[in-house]
Design a protein around this ligand. Structure first.
Ligand code: APR
Length: 228
């Protein structure tokens, strides 16, 4: 089976009602990321950081996968599909995708502040000060904050460098190292970029730009790839 790698960003979940970061009314229009998504923020005002992620985790219970998420699942009939997402929601998994790598962490997970390998899945939405790991230290969101290492970038490079087809969906391609993954794809590999603001990425060949929303452009592309 050909290896089909999908790189997704916040735009993938936009039509599910999940805010993106840099669009109008995006998350970074209403918060400075330094105040809610960085180790300094956590040190200075952990309750504010907790609240930022609690509100986003709470929304997970109110949103559903969209036709874009669901179309990607259909690709698994014909391709060895790996999804590498910058998103921290669980919509790919809830749509039924079986191989999802989260570069920036997961809203539904929290981890120990004394041992980052102690990771726990949350069934409810609210994490509070005083919620502790088995070693007795405060739990924090299992999210990669600005300034922290993207531990999963190594495995992601490994996966993307073996791709036979690549689909990029709903990302502004401005945050590294995630945005640099496409540079590890061979020139001859067909690439697609589905995003209303998709653009020809400099230095990347064999890239087809599809300026459509994920909910429309992804099902159309999937139909085409399955019928070829
Ligand atoms: N369908 C497809 N793409 C869409 C849609 C849609 N319905 N709506 C918006 N988009 C696109 C926008 O055009 C933009 O290119 O989604 C992209 C959103 O860009 P960002 O908000 O920058 O999100 P993303 O690229 O995922 O950000 C990367 O930045 O703040 C960090 O950790 C955070 O993972 C995030 C990273």
């Amino acid at each position: 089976m050909k290896k089909l790698i999908v790189l997704t960003g916040a735009g993938m979940s936009a039509e599910s009602g999940v805010k993106t970061f840099r669009d109008d009314d995006g998350l970074w229009q209403n918060h400075r990321f330094e105040d809610v998504a960085s180790p300094i923020a956590w040190k200075n005002d952990p309750e504010l950081v907790m609240e930022f992620y609690n509100q986003r985790r709470k929304q997970l219970f109110e949103v559903e996968p969209n036709p874009g998420h669901r179309a990607l699942v259909l690709l698994e009939k014909k391709f060895d599909v790996r999804i590498i997402t910058q998103n921290v929601d669980n919509l790919h998994e809830r749509a039924g995708s079986s191989n999802v790598l989260h570069l920036h962490g997961e809203l539904k997970k929290v981890r120990s502040t004394i041992n980052p390998n102690l990771v726990y899945t949350m069934d409810q939405w609210e994490l509070k000060m005083g919620d502790k790991c088995e070693k007795g230290s405060q739990l924090r969101p299992h999210i990669v904050w600005f300034g922290e290492a993207v531990d999963m970038i190594g495995p992601a490079v490994e996966i993307v460098s073996k791709a036979d087809i690549v689909i990029v969906i709903g990302t502004s391609m401005v945050v590294y190292p995630a945005a640099g993954l496409i540079n590890y794809v061979s020139d001859d590999v067909p690439k697609f970029y589905v995003d209303p603001k998709a653009f020809q990425v400099s230095g990347i060949s064999n890239l087809k730009v599809i300026r459509k929303k994920a909910g429309v452009g992804v099902p159309e592309l999937v139909d085409r790839l399955l019928s070829e």
